[in-house]
Design a protein around this ligand. Structure first.
Ligand code: SF4
Ligand code: SF4
Length: 248
């Protein structure tokens, strides 16, 4: 196996530090902070650090300590379609667990939507927060930061979007996070749009929520399948309708 294959294989098994330090500078707090001695240097202090995958427990101490913000802890064992990426975060206010955020790549470009899984701070972390993000599994090696959503987007998870089935914005966002990218997908995951009005009120709102969350034009989200509202009718009532009458 190549080094990269070994790393990807290790990530699938649980949290591990991924070092993206490419400049040869005299710096080694990553090495001295690791309680497991999982980081070493093959040469003088200005050479590049090496991670010993078998020793690392993914504790995250080195993430907070590295002054270059060049270390991340990646965990591919979280679930079948999501993983965890822990990053150093030096802004205030700190995010809160459960916040929906925009995920960014190394250049700061927004590439997906995610959720704050955990926020760790304190003396052990040298007062730098380590924020753990829930990210789509296929983006584990791409996501390296996040942007808090605008206040109006970050709030309001309890707002009811589908009144017939009482489905909230938070439930719809979670369905999108879990992979739904069409109105029918959200419907299957949450029942939004399955009620009496068959999505007459909420389907356009859901289309817009999906478009905003997955960064696609609303016209590309796709039209949902709908059925006319129906209710049980007694056969006698149908039989009694005359040729010129209409049943109401
Ligand atoms: S995550 Fe913890 S165990 Fe792994 S290299 Fe960093 S400090 Fe060491
Ligand atoms: S502490 Fe960070 S910047 Fe310094 S050598 Fe280690 S990984 Fe590189």
């Amino acid at each position: 196996m190549t080094e990269k294959e070994q790393l990807l294989d290790r990530i699938k098994k649980g949290p591990v530090a991924v070092i993206e330090c490419y400049e040869e500078i005299p710096c080694d707090p990553c090495r001295t902070s690791c309680p497991k001695k999982a980081i070493t240097f093959n040469g003088p202090i200005y050479s590049l650090p090496c991670i010993h995958l078998e020793k690392c427990t993914g504790c995250g101490l080195c993430v907070a300590i590295c002054p270059g913000q060049a270390i991340f802890v990646i965990d591919g064992s979280f679930s079948s379609n999501e993983g965890l990426v822990s990053i150093p975060y030096e802004f205030l206010p700190l995010p809160e667990e459960g916040d929906i955020v925009d995920l960014t790549d190394r250049s700061g470009t927004v590439i997906s939507m995610g959720k704050i899984h955990k926020v760790r701070t304190g003396k052990a972390f040298d007062h730098t927060a380590v924020v753990t993000l829930r990210v789509p599994e296929k983006l584990l090696m791409e996501v390296r930061g996040f942007k808090p959503k605008e206040k109006t987007e970050a709030m309001g998870d309890d707002v009811v979007v589908c009144r017939c089935e009482e489905i909230t914005l938070g439930e719809i966002r979670q369905a999108i996070l879990d992979g739904a990218s069409t109105v029918d997908g959200v419907k299957r995951a949450t029942r939004a749009g399955k009620g009496l009005c068959q999505g007459r009120t909420c389907r356009y709102i859901i289309e817009n929520i999906i478009a905003r969350e997955i960064k696609k034009p609303v016209g590309e989200i796709g039209y949902p399948s709908v059925r006319p509202p129906a209710r049980v009718v007694d056969i006698k009532a149908l039989a009694s309708i005359g040729e010129d009458e209409q049943y109401e």
